[in-house]
Write a new protein. Structure first.
Lengths: 116, 111
């Protein structure tokens, strides 16, 4: 149990385009989902926390107009990187909390974004 | 804000050796979690701890929730090459809300 999927696993796009990343909890209802960004050999940087049906809470320094987060259902959250630029290239990872293990975050496999 | 100090930052060990890493904080937490991340993958939960003093094992892994609720350690016994990766500690102060993560311990195991 407690499986979280992410799609796509890898995406390459041109500068100026928008990219949508999906995060799904496959076998539990995620009351809360988190989006992280990770640079090579670095720790996880929390970008935002989202609860189903409400607006995401962004961490300081994260542009909410650039990184659009939608948590439309208890099993799906999306992160859209708008007008992507090369400096947005990174590894984006989502995690989900909920169900009986509400104190434990379960992570997706990550999405490698490369902006040319 | 709440911070976790995870150490060591990296370890280079020989196969068969035991490993120990820890996380400390000046804040009190109610939950401690240990994750392992392999290259190109998301972190995977190894052990969750919910009570001060709790000692929990998962195979060759053992973790403890410090009695002061401000620290936790993870031990790996008889390391093998597939133990390589980045190990993260995480902690939560309340049942709701985000976890605080340590900066990770990168483990390299030489055969």
């Amino acid at each position: 149990g407690a499986v979280v999927s992410q799609h796509p696993s890898r995406v390459i796009c041109k500068s100026g385009t928008s990219v949508k990343i999906e995060c799904r909890s496959l076998d539990f209802q995620a009351t809360t989902m988190f989006w992280y960004r990770q640079f090579p050999k670095k720790s996880l940087m929390l970008m935002a926390t989202s609860n189903e049906g409400s607006k995401a809470t962004y961490e300081q320094g994260v542009e909410k107009d650039k990184f659009l987060i939608n948590h439309a259902s208890l099993t799906l959250s999306t992160l859209t990187v708008t007008s992507a630029h090369p400096e947005d290239s990174s590894f984006y990872i989502c995690s989900a909390e909920g169900g009986v293990s509400y104190n434990e975050q379960f992570f997706g496999p990550g999405t490698r974004l490369t902006v040319l | 804000g709440q911070q976790l100090n995870q150490s060591p930052q990296s370890m280079f060990i020989q196969e068969g050796e035991d490993v120990s890493m820890n996380c400390t904080s000046s804040s009190i937490f109610n939950t401690w979690l240990w994750y392992k991340q392999e290259p190109g993958e998301g972190p995977v939960l190894l052990i969750a701890l919910y009570k001060a003093g709790e000692l929990t094992s998962n195979g060759r892994l053992t973790a403890q929730f410090g009695i002061t609720r401000k620290d936790s350690f993870l031990n790996i016994s008889a390391s093998i090459p597939s133990d390589v990766g980045i190990y993260f500690c995480a902690a939560k102060g309340t049942n709701a809300g985000k976890s605080t993560f340590g900066d990770g311990t990168t483990l390299t195991v030489k055969p």
